[in-house]
Design a protein around this ligand. Structure first.
Ligand SMILES: N[C@@H](CCC(=O)N[C@@H](CS)C(=O)NCC(=O)O)C(=O)O
Length: 228
């Protein structure tokens, strides 16, 4: 396979982060194609790289002539199918069912959190972004993580939701980034899980790359102070 993953700014693009982290964590080789938001490359190249005009997109083969997979959850499935040697989804059927449900819930939901606390890895917006709906989203995320750990992950020596790192951990990695930026009050077990995700090689690599970026994307920075 010759994989190319089209992504946007690592500081901001939470959807890009998910499949990138998944591929890196499993050591699956791929070429990264970065189209920065609002750049000439974004305007010029996106139409040929992305059928939906959104990122991420995974290409097997050359853009346009190869096979594209857009939508992060579809990319997870394509990767799981192509690399059955890696447990993209937990091997245990009950864990796998739970993981699929929470990944779908993340993909479809948590809109308040996503809009009030946009991902900006380098930023420190401690205490900002909280609303009653965001608090409900966070409560539900903590419950999901707790349930996954109690029923599956904690039965292993691994710190992730279902034991070994899986698609579910990749799916929630941008939530962990948001928690670091906005620092809402979180339970001790949530903080322990966040620390484990942040320390994961692939996530640490993404964060390091994000911190090198200097672009400012205004629509993802509702709390930035105006330039003096
Ligand atoms: N449902 C898509 C969401 C993709 C998405 O919204 N990507 C953002 C970047 S994080 C994007 O491409 N935004 C560009 C735009 O809205 O023009 C997925 O799961 O991959």
């Amino acid at each position: 396979m010759s994989l190319k993953l089209v992504i946007a700014n690592k500081n901001y693009s939470s959807w890009s982060m998910r499949p990138w982290v998944l591929l890196k964590q499993f050591g699956i080789p791929f070429e990264e194609i970065m189209l920065k938001f609002h750049s000439p490359e974004w305007e010029h190249d996106l139409p040929r790289y992305s059928p939906s005009r959104l990122v991420p997109v995974l290409w097997n083969g050359e853009p346009e002539s190869g096979q594209s997979s857009w939508e992060s959850t579809a990319i997870f499935e394509t990767v799981a199918e192509a690399f059955p040697q890696h447990a993209v989804w937990p091997r245990d059927a009950a864990a796998r069912n739970h993981a699929r449900c929470v990944v779908a819930e993340m993909h479809a939901g948590f809109r308040a959190l996503r809009s009030s606390m946009p991902m900006s890895i380098r930023a420190d917006y401690a205490g900002l972004g909280m609303t009653a709906d965001v608090a409900k989203n966070i409560e539900r995320i903590e419950a999901i993580w707790r349930e996954a750990r109690a029923n599956f992950g904690s039965k292993t020596s691994s710190p992730f939701l279902y034991g070994e790192f899986s698609a579910a951990d990749a799916m929630f990695a941008p939530v962990v980034m948001r928690f670091q930026t906005y620092r809402p009050a979180l339970a001790a077990d949530t903080l322990a899980y966040c620390a484990a995700v942040t320390a994961t090689t692939s996530v640490a690599h993404w964060i390091k790359d994000a911190l090198f970026e200097t672009e400012f994307v205004a629509e993802d920075e509702p709390y930035a102070s105006p330039a003096p």
